[in-house]
Design a protein around this ligand. Structure first.
Ligand SMILES: C[S@@+](CC[C@H](N)C(=O)[O-])C[C@H]1O[C@@H](n2cnc3c(N)ncnc32)[C@H](O)[C@@H]1O
Ligand code: SF4
Length: 380
């Protein structure tokens, strides 16, 4: 018998102690709402509903994202992990990750999350400079973030650190020093994200009012370049635009599942998923408001209102957009529906944006730096 196809599971926990001014994720201020217990129960029921749609699968990853899942009751996380393992059984390894904010209060609960089955912590350090953290509206200091990283390193086998760069007036020298400091915290994985000014956020309004200006494209490109050089030199090879790992074993199975086009279930308010069902590969998105999500799951056993079957071209577009972000690229066989122009590809190879041959479309470092334009031109 062949092994069932892999499946990853994303769980969205929307609550945050404070809403950061740059964030456009589906978040809710945490006021210890009584509905939180009902949400945890609804997530388990939704997973059961989604498992009925996928049929047998081999679980490879569970990722608790948010919002701030480190605020949830570790017992609920344990129950959700157990449910996912039961629904998509496997004898193989399952990566279990949780996003955390680095406050002292949350670090105090890390051991309970490890006992619940979490092995990989993704810690939102963002910066180790108090002025930058204040600018970002974070609810922790740099010292707290350092302490949380130390606790996490002693409790979890795997630690990843998120950073945000390209802040107003950030210099290459300052960013280099920050990266070196973060490397010293002992994580196996670092995700440096360039600050994006998302529509509708407080930062968006501030930029429109000219309260501050993010660095221009040339300064941002210099900071991106510095990120690559400093992290590569320290053994953190990039395997995706914003993801660096100390060796292949430290790469995130969950991220790779997205980028390789594997199926993933998504539960919790505003979660997305891709499920291959008898009707074909299907995009799912759950209700965004907690109350709507819980009540839809109550009524239907599923948090998804309108699953959408993807046609061959839509699937290929998605494979191209995601596949070119990863250093391994994407097999050309998965892009057939796009009817790519061979002469155009040769032109991009000649310009140093794509690698030649090999049966895969692979962007070079130069190509990844202009990925939006490159993918746009290829799809057109
Ligand atoms: C959804 S957040 C959840 C993690 C956790 N709540 C936190 O804030 O640390 C995941 C990551 O996305 C990144 N992020 C969120 N909004 C961003 C933005 N506008 N620009 C760049 N990175 C962003 C941050 O690095 C953050 O750690
Ligand atoms: S960045 Fe993290 S803590 Fe801040 S609002 Fe977004 S999800 Fe919540």
């Amino acid at each position: 018998m062949t092994d069932p196809a892999p499946i990853a599971v994303y769980i969205h926990w929307p609550y945050c102690s404070r809403i950061c001014p740059y964030c456009d994720f589906n978040v809710v201020r945490d006021r210890r709402q009584p509905e939180q217990a009902a949400l945890a129960a609804a997530i388990i029921r939704d997973l059961q509903g989604q498992a009925a749609l996928t049929g047998p699968r081999r679980l490879v990853s569970v990722f608790f994202g948010g919002g701030t899942p480190s605020l949830m009751d570790p017992d609920w996380a344990g129950r959700i992990i157990e449910a996912a393992r039961r629904l998509w059984p496997t004898d193989g390894p399952v990566e279990i990750s949780l996003e955390a904010n680095p406050t002292d209060a949350e670090a105090g609960r890390f051991a309970a999350f490890a006992a619940a089955g979490v092995q990989r912590l993704s810690l939102g350090v963002q910066s180790l400079d108090d002025a930058q953290l204040a600018f970002l509206g974070r609810n922790h200091s740099a010292a707290e973030a350092r302490r949380a990283a130390l606790v996490a390193g002693s409790v979890f086998p795997r630690l990843s650190i998120d950073l945000i760069y390209a802040l107003p007036d950030q210099t290459v020298g300052g960013w280099r020093k920050a990266l070196e400091e973060v490397i010293a915290l002992g994580a196996e994985h670092i995700s440096p994200y360039q600050l994006t000014i998302e529509a509708g956020t407080a930062f968006d309004r501030a930029v429109r009012r000219k309260t501050f200006a993010p660095p221009g494209p040339d300064a941002a490109a210099d900071l991106f370049e510095t990120t690559q050089t400093v992290l590569e030199a320290a053994g953190f090879g990039a395997y995706e635009v914003s993801n660096h790992a100390r060796g292949a074993a430290a790469q995130s199975v969950h991220n790779l599942a997205y980028w390789r086009g594997w199926d993933y279930a998504g539960a919790g308010p505003g979660a997305h998923g891709r499920l291959t069902m008898v009707t074909g590969r299907t995009a799912i998105a759950t209700e965004r408001r907690v109350a709507d999500y819980v009540s839809l799951v109550d009524q239907t056993g599923l948090g998804v209102r309108a699953p959408e079957t993807l046609d061959a071209r839509e699937q290929a577009v998605e494979r191209l957009l995601l596949g070119l972000r990863v250093h391994e690229g994407v097999p050309l066989t998965e892009l057939e529906a796009l009817e790519l122009d061979a002469r155009q590809i040769e032109g991009f190879v000649a310009d140093g944006l794509l690698l030649p041959g090999g049966g895969r479309l692979v962007a070079t470092a130069k190509g990844r730096a202009v990925l939006d334009r490159l993918t746009h031109d290829l799809i057109r």
